[in-house]
Design a protein around this ligand. Structure first.
Ligand code: BT5
Length: 324
């Protein structure tokens, strides 16, 4: 916690020196104690210059998804204020679910450098190579019926697309219900899980995986065929801390919109980002397949399809394949 406060001071004074005495005064520490903390921070990858008459200056930070890095400069009121960071875990969704069952407050996040059992939908696997991507789960406690819970998947898709646009200057396309694509390849996925009573949600876990600095060929070949990463698309390494901070900010922003104005504004934004409107698609769910023209979302977030018979059908779950 103290190292985190020192980090904040160094970041606030970026480019300038701040003396050990000043840091000590702010945090009620001796100069020697400050020096020891700086030593520890250097060991974990911070480059901190120390000039005798001037003080300390932060030269660079490691791009690690630690509590200290995420907390420093996070511009949210509650999303990401409580961070559970792991080097490796089974699945951040599983961890967040357990925390939520034990009362974790709204906005609690779990983040990991790597996952051993990253989950997709319907028991599928989410490839989670270590140290290059983002794997995070956010606990929300909206007062909504379970039947409305899937709307938060669409909310997360909008927030994730906008966060990627802001930081990587690439605007992904959204494919219903939970895929973000760049150039037709998957760059991020969302897994929403919930706990509820018959008529009220207790909590929702929004799990978000973003492929950031991964090399596509580090994935198994069948997944590599359909996936990409921000680095593959832009040719640049992107700071994951900046992206995750923006992700939490966008989640909070759109969640606040959802709480005050309902699902309508999310649909509008979602349709702006969606590539599906007017396209002919095939939707498969378990053993059933439907095909037709995607018309957009209905007021619940279900996909509206115009079948070849002309009939309009609501589809609430499934995988979409764009046909033409
Ligand atoms: C998803 O499932 O897209 C949901 C992914 C959610 C992952 C996050 S990471 C943080 C949190 N913790 C978790 O354990 N999960 C969440 P689905 O629509 O079922 O897509 C799964 C399919 O995407 C797989 O069958 C692969 O074809 C493909 N895939 C797997 N790993 C991928 C990756 N890293 N990048 C792109 N595509 C991938």
């Amino acid at each position: 916690m103290i190292s985190e406060k020192i980090l904040n001071l160094l970041k606030e004074n970026r480019g300038e020196y701040i003396s050990g005495g000043e840091i000590g005064k702010y945090l009620d520490l001796s100069r020697t104690a400050v020096w020891k903390h700086i030593g520890r921070m250097r060991k974990s990858g911070y480059e901190i210059e120390a000039v005798p008459a001037l003080g300390y200056r932060l030269l660079s930070s490691p791009d690690l998804l630690t509590h200290a890095e995420i907390a420093a400069g996070l511009k949210t009121r509650y999303v990401g204020k409580s961070v559970h960071a792991f080097s490796t875990t089974d699945s951040t969704n599983t961890k967040a679910y357990e925390l939520a069952l034990h009362g974790a407050p709204e906005g609690t996040v779990v983040v990991a450098e790597g996952q051993k059992k990253g989950k997709g939908r319907l028991g599928r696997k989410w490839e989670s190579p270590k140290g290059v991507n983002i794997y995070t789960s956010i606990v929300l406690r909206p007062r909504i019926a379970p039947s409305s819970a899937s709307q938060t998947t669409l909310l997360a898709a909008v927030a994730t697309a906008r966060a990627i646009e802001k930081t990587a200057k690439v605007l992904p396309d959204i494919k219903w219900p939970n895929d973000l694509l760049v150039g037709g390849r998957k760059i991020a996925g969302i897994l929403m899980e919930l706990d509820s009573e018959a008529d009220m949600v207790n909590f929702i876990v929004l799990g978000i995986g973003i492929d950031v600095n991964m090399d596509r060929d580090s994935l198994p070949p069948d997944v590599a065929k359909t996936a990409t990463s921000l680095k593959e698309e832009t040719g640049k390494v992107l700071g994951r801390v900046i992206l995750i901070q923006e992700l939490y900010r966008q989640i909070e922003k759109w969640y606040e919109v959802f709480r005050t104005d309902g699902f309508g504004p999310i649909i509008t934004e979602w349709e702006r980002l969606s590539i599906m409107g007017g396209k002919y698609v095939k939707v498969s769910f378990l053993k059933e397949t439907r095909e037709g023209v995607a018309l957009g979302l209905d007021t619940d977030g279900a996909l509206l399809l115009r079948l070849p018979t002309g009939k309009i059908e609501r589809v609430v779950a499934g995988d979409v394949m764009m046909v033409r």
